[in-house]
Design a protein around this ligand. Structure first.
Ligand code: ATP
Length: 304
């Protein structure tokens, strides 16, 4: 599959501060690449360098196989982006997109109707300033998809949206990817919000890319645990050891055991405990969330 973006050793310094530090990234054709990192991690700086809005201190970017900055500049015509562009507050959706269409040199008023239809803003006549947050983000996406680019770059398009707004953006991203074969890079500070849409993730913290991982690999890594609440934790542990050959058990308090093992037959365990005169208050499987995985990776929630 063709490399749409290949980045090697990319670094951006502001004075002595490294906002992006020796980053390597590969985005392939038809990927939906989720760039995850908390506020200030370096996401916007990285996306701005891809778009040519900021120049790297060192390292290489290749867009659509471009061998140098001149070739990248030409190839950027195949990219649409939404990195917080502003719209005119007193113009409606159509007028704002018409303005962007002309600025971009994209032909045909039909194109304005097409993109507004995809984002569900075709019949909205009120001015931009009275749009909801979700509508504003959708208008941003409409501007990014003008001219049907091969790659669309979206910076935090779901930031601050309510659940319905998040679903709307996800649906639009899926339509672009599946129906128009668009490759997408989308940044967010919440991993689980991109989990339903991204095919690959790049996790960035303090300017460094900590991990680049496919959806499948990520989901293999997020493990599940069994929580067992009983009246005798020691006896329960011994039974789990002896009868079920389960070793990986943590006793967290006088009534709770956490078993890090993939056990499917919770009912059999429950029955065995009861047969051994143990009162089982609760037994259930807890899926560890993607967010747990992410915070483990970056070293905790408050790792500043
Ligand atoms: N022009 C600049 N001059 C100095 N420092 C900058 C500049 N632009 C960004 N930074 C710093 O670089 C770091 C990364 O910023 P960046 O905006 O890329 O983060 P981000 O991951 O996009 O976060 P956010 O979601 O808050 O935008 C931050 O510490 C920021 O203060």
């Amino acid at each position: 599959m063709e490399n749409i973006i290949k980045i090697n050793g990319l670094t951006k310094k502001f004075g002595n501060f490294e906002a992006v530090s020796n980053v390597n990234i590969e985005v392939k054709e038809k990927d939906i690449y989720g760039l995850i990192g908390k506020n200030g991690a370096g996401k916007t700086t990285l996306l701005r360098m891809i778009m040519g809005l900021s120049s790297p201190t060192s390292g290489n970017i290749s867009l659509f196989g471009g061998k140098n900055e001149k070739e990248n500049a030409i190839n950027r015509k195949k990219i649409g982006f939404y990195i917080g562009q502003s719209f005119f507050p007193y113009l409606n959706a159509k007028e704002n997109i018409e303005y962007h269409r002309r600025m971009k040199g994209v032909k045909g008023r039909k194109e304005t109707r097409r993109v507004l239809e995809i984002v569900g803003l075709k019949n909205v006549n009120k001015p931009f300033k009275s749009f909801s947050m979700g509508m504003k983000q959708r208008l941003g996406l409409a501007a990014a998809m003008l001219g049907n680019p091969e790659l669309i770059v979206l910076d935090e398009p779901i930031n601050g949206l309510d659940p319905q707004g998040i679903v709307d953006i996800r649906n639009i991203i899926n339509i672009l990817n599946e129906e128009y074969n668009t490759t997408i890079i989308v940044s967010s500070h919440i991993l689980s919000e991109l989990d339903l849409v991204a095919s690959k993730f790049g996790i960035i913290d303090h300017g460094k890319l900590l991990e680049e991982i496919s959806f499948e690999e990520l989901h293999k890594k997020t493990t599940s645990a069994i929580i067992i609440k009983v009246d005798n934790v020691e006896k329960t542990r011994n039974i789990l050891n002896d009868k079920f050959n389960i070793e990986n058990i943590n006793i967290t308090n006088h009534s709770t055991l956490i078993v890090n093992d993939n056990i499917d037959h919770l009912n059999i365990i429950n029955k065995t405990m009861v047969e051994n005169n143990i009162d089982v208050f609760e037994i259930y499987k807890r899926e560890s969330s993607l967010e747990d995985y992410y915070f483990d990776l970056i070293g905790g929630k408050n790792n500043d």
